[in-house]
Design a protein around this ligand. Structure first.
Ligand SMILES: Nc1ncnc2c1ncn2[C@@H]1O[C@H](COP(=O)(O)OP(=O)(O)OP(=O)(O)O)[C@@H](O)[C@H]1O
Length: 222
């Protein structure tokens, strides 16, 4: 379970968010400037709350009253950005292996095979990111995050830089991840249709406040 109960001031903007989620995919929905990225940066440990608590499965990651702030690299949280942010000088296999090495995890060929099969990227292992399509790059970024064995996967508009055709192509992989990878996700999007297909629970943000919580029914209609 993810528990968030924080406040944070960023210049003129103030974020005050409180929710818990048991969902396999928690969809963080809101317009541009609602505070979605700030909130997941806080879950990732990249931004420190002014006040409050963040906990996953009962383990406290932030508790300002107790001066607890687990640094980002110790949180075991994977992060996939809108732009895949792969290392251009490494091939796909080396990119995929990066998270594992950074986290000093033992090699796990069976898991490597599972993840590359799940995302259909086994045939791309020798290529550099510059020779991949946008959708392929995003699948590799997802694989890299998964192979670091995170307990939570954060995704900030992972389809945001793709055109409609590529989005349609990659959504099924995200559904597969949800159903087969067994890693809870927090998925940021301003696209209600995307979240309707993917999310199991919605946190709606507006102007830095949670305005609705619940199933995909709370999303605005088409
Ligand atoms: N370091 C900062 N200093 C001042 N203001 C900030 C800072 N970081 C974010 N903000 C402001 O906080 C608000 C929320 O930004 P945030 O990036 O979290 O929104 P978002 O919902 O992710 O938007 P988008 O969908 O456009 O990415 C914005 O008004 C932004 O300008």
């Amino acid at each position: 379970m993810l528990r968030v109960d924080i406040t944070k001031r960023l210049g003129e903007f103030s974020l005050e968010a409180s929710f818990t989620s048991e969902g396999r995919v928690t969809g963080l929905f809101g317009a541009s400037g609602a505070g979605k990225t700030s909130l997941i940066n806080m879950i990732a440990g990249l931004l420190k709350p002014d006040r409050g608590i963040i906990a996953i499965d009962g383990e406290t990651l932030d508790d300002t009253a107790k001066r607890v702030h687990v640094p980002a690299h110790r949180r075991r949280i994977g992060y996939v950005f809108q732009d895949a942010r792969l290392f251009p000088h490494l091939n796909v296999a080396q990119n995929l292996d990066y998270g594992r090495r950074m986290n000093r995890l033992a090699e796990d060929p069976a898991q490597f095979k599972r993840v590359t099969d799940l995302l259909d990227i086994g045939h791309l292992l020798d290529r550099r990111p510059g020779k991949l399509s946008g959708g392929e790059r995003q699948r590799v970024a997802l694989g890299r995050a998964l192979l670091s064995k995170p307990r939570l996967l954060l995704m900030d508009e992972p389809l945001g830089s793709l055109d409609e055709g590529r989005k349609v192509e990659i959504l099924p992989y995200l559904v597969r991840l949800r159903d087969e990878a067994n890693v809870p996700m927090v998925y940021v999007s301003h696209d209600a249709a995307e979240l309707r297909q993917l999310a199991t629970q919605i946190v709606m943000l507006r102007g830095g406040r949670v305005t609705a919580l619940g199933g995909v029914k709370v999303l605005p209609g088409v």
